[in-house]
Design a protein around this ligand. Structure first.
Ligand SMILES: Cc1ncc(COP(=O)(O)O)c(C=O)c1O
Length: 369
């Protein structure tokens, strides 16, 4: 029985051809050829005017928060349910992450909880489109505007997710993406920042080039006014990105087909799935269910059955404040109540119908067995 991994990239001979071209010719005057192309084409795809490639989404978040001027003494509001990489850059900058609860249906940051958590020290909110689900962006943007704070969208998991026609990541001051091997499009490792604010993006580009500002009147070789960072993507990885972007619609459609197949096959079970509101499109990066609270559920037992059938399932994220390095905030009830009832299912693009059947049969057997 073949092993079913949770995710892996889908590549074609075009990826190989563009990477080969980058390896053979992408030097000297051509060293930015694929980087420029990937940035332009990604900005077009996401509906912003500007994009900047990075070596990871973690680096992209770090740069974006730094370009917002966040530093020691500042607070950044973050959701309990996300990958740790959303929060680490807040800590790198010496600021304080303030964990707030998530909504019970989308598992994304709760705008009311955000409103209550705002203090005079709050500088930004990070809205994470977790598992592809969309945050309540209209409300979050309104709160941020009223209170004079920034919104950064962590859209690492949000490729193919649209809120009323706007792509995840394109609604706040900036949005960030991941092209890690588990994501909808992949460059192995890699990330992107998007924004339509030229001043912000200039600051961010300068920060990502060790602080060198070509517009500084005193700019000269090896001289810079401030220090910065280096989270650049390579031209070779960008070539992979260009090839992936050329098939992104098919890759998103495949994710959607996989999600709908699970939902259909398991429709008689008491499970709450990634939602899709009227007028939205969910890119369904990771098909996820939360077992209804009235249904007894032993996740370890289900995972044992999955492993016995060579299926890689994953647990929902822990509430981040429950991790040992933070102070737990059990008052964030939704996050603390649902996390042990949540399961992520495989969704790589080549997952076959018979593999989906095997996964669904294993889940049905657990609930009916
Ligand atoms: C929500 C979220 N934010 C940030 C990241 C970090 O992405 P990267 O691994 O590209 O640094 C990930 C990646 O898994 C993620 O899922």
């Amino acid at each position: 029985m073949a092993h079913i991994p949770i995710n892996k990239p889908y590549t074609t001979t075009n990826e190989v051809a563009l990477v080969a071209d980058a390896v053979l010719t992408g030097h000297g005057a051509e060293r930015n050829k694929y980087l420029d192309r990937f940035e332009q084409e990604f900005a077009h795809f996401a509906g912003t005017s500007l994009a900047h490639c990075t070596s990871s989404c973690t680096g992209a978040i770090h740069l974006a928060l730094a370009a917002m001027g966040i530093g020691p003494g500042d607070e950044v509001i973050v959701p309990e349910i996300t990958w740790i990489a959303t929060v680490e850059p807040v800590l790198y900058l010496g600021a304080k992450p303030v964990f707030v609860d998530v909504l019970p249906d989308s598992w994304c940051i709760d705008p009311e909880a955000v409103e209550q958590a705002i203090s005079p020290k709050t500088k930004a909110i990070i809205a994470v489109h977790v598992y592809g689900n969309l945050c309540a962006m209209e409300t979050l943007l309104q709160i941020a505007e009223n209170r004079g704070i920034y919104v950064l969208e962590d859209a690492a998991e949000g490729i193919g997710s649209y809120r009323k026609g706007k792509h995840a990541g394109s609604m706040g001051l900036a949005g960030t993406f991941s092209f890690h091997g588990t994501k909808t499009i992949s460059t192995g490792e890699g990330g992107m920042v998007i924004s339509s604010n030229p001043e912000f993006m200039h600051k961010l580009r300068v920060l990502n080039d060790h602080g060198r500002d070509p517009k500084d009147p005193e700019a000269k070789m090896y001289w810079m006014r401030n220090y910065g960072y280096k989270y650049r993507m390579s031209n070779t990885q960008a070539a992979l990105g260009v090839a992936q972007l050329s098939i992104v619609s098919d890759l998103i459609q495949k994710k959607r087909d996989i999600f709908l197949a699970y939902q259909q096959e398991l429709k008689n079970l008491p499970l709450h799935w990634n939602p899709e509101e009227q007028g939205d499109q969910n890119g369904y990066w990771l098909p996820t269910f939360v077992v209804d609270s009235k249904q007894p559920f032993d996740r370890a037992k289900l995972f044992e059955a999955m492993a016995a059938n060579h299926i890689e399932a994953r647990p929902f994220f822990y509430p981040l404040s429950s991790l040992p390095m933070f102070q737990s905030k059990t008052q964030n009830k939704v996050a603390y109540q649902i996390f042990e009832r949540g399961v992520n299912l495989p969704s790589f693009h080549e997952l076959s119908n018979s593999q989906i059947d095997r996964i669904c049969q294993t889940i049905r057997n657990y609930f009916h067995g």
